[in-house]
Design a protein around this ligand. Sequence first.
Ligand code: FAD
Length: 291
Amino acid sequence: MKIKDILARDKVTLSFEVFPPKKGMPFDPIVAAVDRLCQSRPDFMSVTYGAGGGTGHNTVKIASHVQNDLGVTALAHLSCVSSTKEQVVSAIDEIKAAGIENILALRGDIPKDGGYPVGEYYNYASELVTEIKKHGDFCIGAACYPEGHIECAHKEDDIANLKIKVDSGVDFLTTQMFFDNNVLYNFLYRIRERGITVPVIAGIMPITNPKQISRTTELSGTYVPTRFKAIVDKFGSNPEAMKQAGIAYATEQIIDLVANGVKGIHIYTMNKPDVAESIRRNLSHIIGDEQ
Ligand code: FAD
């Protein structure tokens, strides 16, 4: 099923993100986590893609398992900046052959270790969107950044670039994580004003250990509200308390989003089914049990 049709339903959607095994790593623990996550019946499950195409086959393998064995709609991520055209086209063909209709088109981060054809074939995700459209009738998603992409000095320029990307054929957007919902509300207002009207799915990252927050905010420059910093300061050294507080914080964020009319919620599960299940349970009457 195409995700744009799922999003068009008159209900709140809940989706999960998982990452596939890195090269040479075992599949079984990831498959076990994915199987458990699918028992919560998310509306769809997205599977990330490693830069340079190294784990691209693993992305399709996991996405195919999600869709064809577990009966949950899959969204395969695909990045382009460090791949050749041949690699990208072959990945699209592989996704199509697995019966997957949904692709999240990404530029990808610029690899620091070199050795890839960076920017030789594709510079921006919008170019990948154009490429994907040549190769099949896919539903195409893309990333967006409520606080602006870290490489873009001005938020307004980033929104102008986002408009180019959406106009190249994007059906929906998923946001980078954010910890203050006002950041999203402000972003939605500004993109709607600029004529970006596709559905926007809110990406929520439950923070369950203090290392995760420094790592994720360093990479993305995400603003951490004082309220959340206090939680990490107080409970960071107590893993069970931190996990409980992180789940509660993510739950509260989602409740506020739903109360303010946001219809798409995406959880960056970090392959932790227990965390996703707890949040799902906390929302049972808010978004309903049946997907
Ligand atoms: P783009 O949309 O191409 O934007 C990149 C930068 O270029 C921005 O600063 C933008 O303003 C600028 N830009 C865009 N178009 C133009 C233009 N025409 N002219 C001038 N400047 C322009 N990474 C992975 O490797 N694998 C994943 O699976 C993955 N999944 C992700 C999922 C989500 C929901 C998100 C939010 C991010 C994900 N990422 C993933 C990270 C992503 O690849 C990086 O954030 C990357 O740095 C930017 O990718 P993009 O597709 O947003 O790039």
